[in-house]
Design a protein around this ligand. Structure first.
Ligand SMILES: Nc1ncnc2c1ncn2[C@@H]1O[C@H](COP(=O)(O)OP(=O)(O)O)[C@@H](O)[C@H]1O
Ligand SMILES: [Mg+2]
Length: 411
């Protein structure tokens, strides 16, 4: 049987902890997969940034990318490598234009998702560019922000239309606060969004390819306590809704790796923030959930590399819109969107692959998270975030939570 090596590249910026774990787990797995035509081994390497010839080869089969949303040089190398060298990347770099809330709200409104009522308002201030004056003088209509507020109703949230990480987000209870927040908003283009009130559940659903994990989230807690340490906190029906919504969103936008936030109150689930295609992956936020996340990224990268998964370069939204046009209530359409999404995400093929080729995976992860290397990875991340005198305390905290996870998840 011919032998070949699949090369996985990690395109990284500030990430510290999960890449160390990724590399070590690949080493420990020491895979030699017997595929129909070849025996395949795996190699992982960090992608470097340097000048490149558009016609040069790409040594990688798969790249796990964490830079595309802001770092152009890596993004452009990735684009040429997909087009010219059959590289598979997650996430799709051409989805960049959808990595703001505006596109995701619009597209999911079209599919019937219960997105809270949302307005977009022109910015308070502008970068002076040549055509600005005539454009605004001719076409910008004076508007009364108070009227917009009255139409939308309070309380509401004001947040940048392309924001992330809670930057520039404020909760607004009345007209005075709305006007004050707008005064402060500077050059940001802002959404005003009706607040989902009296919610009794806040869920982040993290997706890595076909793998989903529902995390109960406490936005009021400090960063290291926001991801709650619990599983099975929603019933089967709610879980299905959240899974179907997340599959649909991720497949629609070409996001193998994304996290979707939704709130539940007496009227149901409301997705509020689901354009997060470079989700927080730090042990300092995920702690108890971190082994799952690392394992999920490793598994999906191996599957994509082993099977030479081909990249869907164009986002191809129409089949989803077609399902919408076929009619029915949202509850009827959602499973149909999700079925299409599951096909695009190769859910069944992936499950089969894992059973056949990765049967010892859970044991490897479980043992790895008891190792010195795992502890080093945690400490290395803690050192970047916490002051000197708190490093030991927080390294121990995250380590203990992971040991707690191990105790409940012995393979
Ligand atoms: N419509 C809303 N209803 C209730 N809470 C909201 C709403 N929009 C935002 N929030 C709160 O503000 C936080 C940040 O807003 P979000 O839309 O998630 O933006 P970001 O991309 O910055 O995370 C959310 O985690 C949530 O706590
Ligand atoms: Mg958010």
């Amino acid at each position: 049987m011919p032998q070949s090596t699949r090369h996985i590249g990690l395109s990284l910026g500030a990430d510290v902890c999960w890449p160390i774990c990724f590399e070590e787990i690949i080493k420990r797995l020491d895979l030699k997969l017997e595929l129909p035509d070849e025996t395949v081994t795996f190699d992982v390497e960090r992608v470097t940034i340097e000048p490149f010839d558009l016609r040069q080869d790409c040594k990688y089969d798969v790249v796990v990318d964490r830079l595309t949303h802001w770092y152009h040089t890596s993004r452009e190398w990735i684009k040429k490598s997909i087009i010219l060298n059959d590289l598979y990347v997650f996430n799709n770099p051409w989805s960049l234009q959808s990595m703001e809330k505006q596109t995701t709200y619009s597209a999911m409104i079209k599919l019937g998702f219960p997105i809270p009522q949302t307005w977009l308002v022109p910015p308070k201030e502008y970068e002076k560019v040549a055509d600005l004056e005539p454009t605004l003088a001719r076409y910008a209509r004076m508007f009364d922000l108070g009227d917009v507020g009255k139409g939308l109703g309070y309380p509401m949230f004001m947040k940048p239309y392309d924001g992330g990480g809670w930057v520039g987000v404020s909760r607004i209870d009345n007209e005075e606060a709305l006007k004050a927040a707008y005064e402060q908003s500077g050059k940001h283009v802002m959404h005003l969004q009706h607040s989902v009130e009296d919610f009794d559940a806040f869920v982040r659903c993290v997706g890595v390819g076909p793998q989903l994990r529902l995390v109960s989230y406490d936005p009021a807690a400090p960063l290291h306590d926001r991801y709650r340490m619990e599983e099975d906190f929603v019933d089967a029906k709610d879980e299905q809704i959240l899974r179907d919504m997340t599959y649909t969103i991720n497949a629609f936008f070409g996001w193998d790796f994304n996290s979707c936030e939704a709130l539940r109150n007496k009227d149901g689930w409301f997705p509020i923030d689901f354009a997060n295609p470079c989700p927080d992956s730090q042990v300092t936020s995920l702690h108890w959930h971190f082994p799952w996340l690392v394992g999920a990224i490793v598994k999906w990268a191996i599957f994509c590399a082993a099977t030479k998964r081909s990249m869907r370069m164009n986002l191809d939204w129409e089949p989803f819109f077609k399902i919408n046009e076929e009619g029915g209530t949202f509850e009827e359409k959602l499973p149909r969107y999700a079925a299409l999404a599951r096909k695009r995400l190769d859910v069944d093929a992936f499950d089969e692959f894992c059973v056949k080729h990765l049967s010892n995976f859970d044991e490897v992860i479980w043992e790895f998270f008891d190792s010195d290397r795992a502890r080093e990875a945690i400490q290395a991340k803690v050192e970047t975030l916490y002051p000197e005198h708190e490093i030991e305390e927080f390294t121990n905290l995250f380590w203990d939570r992971i040991q707690n996870w191990r105790e409940g998840h012995r393979p």
